[in-house]
Design a protein around this ligand. Structure first.
Ligand code: HEM
Ligand code: HEM
Length: 176
């Protein structure tokens, strides 16, 4: 057994859990949304979905700046090279998907000429041309992107549970 003393910094831990909760929330809201008829409730839920999604986008950029300027704590020494590679690849894909989902969601809305209001605070300025084809393409990407989110999160949480209950190496504590 190989115990790990080092941890992520409080800032990195804060980013991690804010974004993790945000992703769970956007997905839950979106799935709830799909079953609603047009109307006030649907508009409200969609508006919160979009706002939380954009907050995830901003937090991910900040988190990436942290990540590129800090070295994360070293992985347990008994991890095989292939496991390290798998962990690293999953993390890169998680960063990519927390950028790709908000961007495709936003572009699909903006290219259709619809506004996005960030938590009722301000209208997000649009830099996207009015373009039906672009809107349809990004909408489809956004819809199928959800399966990438599910697969990556399942892999990631599965790995965390494996470390916790099979390898019992205390890796999870690095993120708490
Ligand atoms: C991490 C961020 C996000 C995640 C994980 C996410 C996930 C999802 C999911 C799972 C759906 C349901 C797709 C379906 O079953 O058809 C959805 C729908 C949608 N999302 Fe997102 N989304 C995110 C961010 C955003 C953002 C930032 C916007 C726009 C600013 C947005 C706009 C939409 C719209 C317009 C729909 C379609 C709703 C409808 O059916 O009317 N999303 N999203
Ligand atoms: C119950 C849910 C979750 C648990 C238990 C968990 C646990 C962890 C742990 C223990 C690490 C550190 C891995 C290491 O030490 O190398 C980590 C890293 C990471 N997690 Fe999670 N996580 C969860 C959900 C999520 C979600 C939903 C996302 C994003 C959508 C996410 C994105 C990431 C990323 C990107 C890293 C890599 C950090 C780095 O750059 O080094 N996690 N997670």
């Amino acid at each position: 057994m190989d115990h790990i003393a080092s941890k992520y910094t409080p800032l990195a831990i804060g980013f991690h859990w804010l974004i993790a909760v945000g992703v769970a929330l956007t997905v839950a809201l979106a799935l709830y949304l799909e079953g609603l008829d047009r109307g006030e409730t649907k508009n409200l839920i969609l508006s919160v979905h979009k706002s939380v999604g954009l907050a995830i986008l901003m937090l991910t950029w900040l988190r990436l700046i942290w990540r590129l300027t800090h070295r994360p704590p070293a992985l347990p020494t008994n991890m095989r090279p292939l496991q390290r590679l798998a962990a690293h690849a999953t993390h890169v894909c998680l960063y990519a998907i927390t950028i790709a989902m908000p961007v495709t969601g936003y572009v699909s809305v903006a290219a259709r000429g619809r506004e996005t209001t960030f938590f009722n605070l301000f209208v997000v300025p649009s830099w996207v041309p009015l373009d039906r084809a672009l809107s349809n393409l990004t909408e489809t990407t956004h819809r199928y992107g959800q399966y990438a989110v599910y697969a990556l999160v399942a892999l990631h949480v599965g790995a965390a549970l494996y470390h916790q209950f099979v390898k019992r190496d205390g890796l999870i504590r690095r993120m708490f």
